[in-house]
Design a protein around this ligand. Structure first.
Ligand code: GDP
Ligand code: MN
Length: 396
């Protein structure tokens, strides 16, 4: 589960990580009130207005703007809220902005150049340990840095038994070229950041940029926080931060039905049990000249109710021209699935796309018999290739 920048910053702040202060606003008037409050508290008159959407690269898309007066705040917030923000990380349609973060300007105009760094915390899957990845090249695409100047990216692996040790925090500050008060502040920053990552059961922190202000303070100016869904049960407060407006509505609905569904761009819907078989099925569809419209794992219990739910989800996508059902009857018997398909088809009554069903495993022969004698526009297949050929035939 991803958090908005403002939520991520609040989480970091609660663990003692210094952040660029800000207040979230739903409309231009709230933005002005937020800016006034920040000015009273900190005294800087300039603010940055930042679109709150689950996508990076907002600055490049015009979703992060500097406001030098309250009038600016009102105008800019009014422009950003309601816009469809297109960034290098969104689709061409962009993402609708519902709220902005009004933040204090921490780049202190007129002062010497502030320094920006990159820092993330994530799991290194090859060693099974968390690591801190950091770079002097902040504010840039880390992918570009990795490609063009990989020697400027450092990593520090953390032993889960000890957590981050003081010498490791000092090494980070040293590699970033810091000294004096900024050096000390960075050791505190990185230690608190790592602690926040572990305590919140996160799967990714990406702070780009981390800023060194001209008065040597280290703070998070941006925050991308991804929480581990499997640990959310022990973070009820964080689970409540979920913003469904940021997610694909069909995926949300599928999730509520216990279906593992990912929306894709193609024309062949697939319904499969097991993620591995689902991947193989998508390959099969491509080989047959189609494009998968979705990834859908119905799980182990492919009964009539689940099959019907899955049909409804798949058919919400208007691009679907055919549905391929590929079920291995291991725990569930194929004839039960076949009956489920027939029942769901009959119940729904309005399925207009052809369906190819490949059932393999226990009672596959009975299942094929059921499908073939059902009189519905459902084509049975036993072998993988046979299913691919039938997909090809109905698409032609
Ligand atoms: P992203 O583009 O989605 O990654 O959003 P960021 O939060 O990283 O903001 C984009 C850029 O805006 C940063 O790299 C900064 O250079 C700039 N920025 C952010 N906060 C401030 C600020 O307080 N003052 C000024 N002048 N620039 C800022
Ligand atoms: Mn950023």
């Amino acid at each position: 589960m991803n958090l908005h920048e403002y939520q991520g910053k609040e989480l970091l702040n609660s663990f003692g990580v210094r952040i660029q202060r800000g207040i979230v606003a739903q409309n231009a008037d709230e933005a002005v009130a937020a800016a006034k409050k920040l000015t009273e508290d900190t005294g800087t008159g300039w603010h940055v207005i930042k679109a709150q959407v689950h996508a990076g690269g907002r600055g490049k898309g015009g979703g992060v703007k500097l406001a030098k007066s309250l009038d600016d705040v009102k105008t800019i917030a009014g422009q950003i809220i309601g816009m469809d923000l297109v960034t290098p990380q969104t689709s061409a349609e962009g993402k609708r902005v519902h709220q902005v973060l009004v933040a204090e300007d921490v780049y202190y105009p007129g002062d010497s150049e502030p320094e920006e760094y990159y820092m993330s915390v994530l799991l290194n899957r090859s060693t099974g340990r968390n690591m801190i990845m950091y770079s002097t090249e902040g504010g840039m695409d880390i992918e570009t840095v990795a490609e063009e100047t990989p020697h400027l990216i450092f990593t520090e692996e953390i032993d889960p038994a000890t957590g981050i040790l003081p010498f490791q925090a000092r090494k980070v500050a040293f590699n970033l070229g810091l000294s004096g008060a900024a050096f000390k502040d960075m050791t505190k920053f990185v230690t608190a950041l790592y602690t926040a990552y572990v305590k919140s059961d996160s799967s990714l922190f990406e702070i780009n940029p981390v800023l060194k202000t001209s008065d040597d303070k280290i703070m998070a100016v941006d925050a991308k926080v991804s929480l581990d869904d499997n640990a959310l049960f022990r973070h009820k407060d964080l689970a409540e931060l979920r913003d469904l407006r940021e997610e694909n509505p069909i995926e949300v609905e599928a999730g509520a039905l216990g279906l593992n569904y990912v929306d894709l761009d193609g024309n062949v819907g697939c319904m499969v049990n097991g993620a591995g078989l689902a991947m193989a099925t998508m390959d099969l569809i491509k080989q047959a000249g189609g494009e998968p419209a979705n990834f859908l794992d119905v799980g182990g219990t492919a009964d009539a109710a689940r099959v019907e739910a899955a049909f409804r989800i798949i058919l919400k996508d208007p691009n679907v021209k055919a549905i391929l059902i590929n079920i291995f009857g291991g725990i569930v018997r194929c004839d039960r699935v076949a009956q489920g398909v027939i029942d769901a088809y009959t119940n729904m009554g309005n399925i207009e796309v052809p369906i190819i069903v490949r059932l393999q495993g226990t009672n596959a022969d009975i299942a094929k018999e059921l499908i073939d004698s059902s009189g519905l526009d459902v084509h049975s297949a036993v072998e993988f290739q046979e299913a691919a050929d039938k997909v090809q035939a109905v698409l032609a």
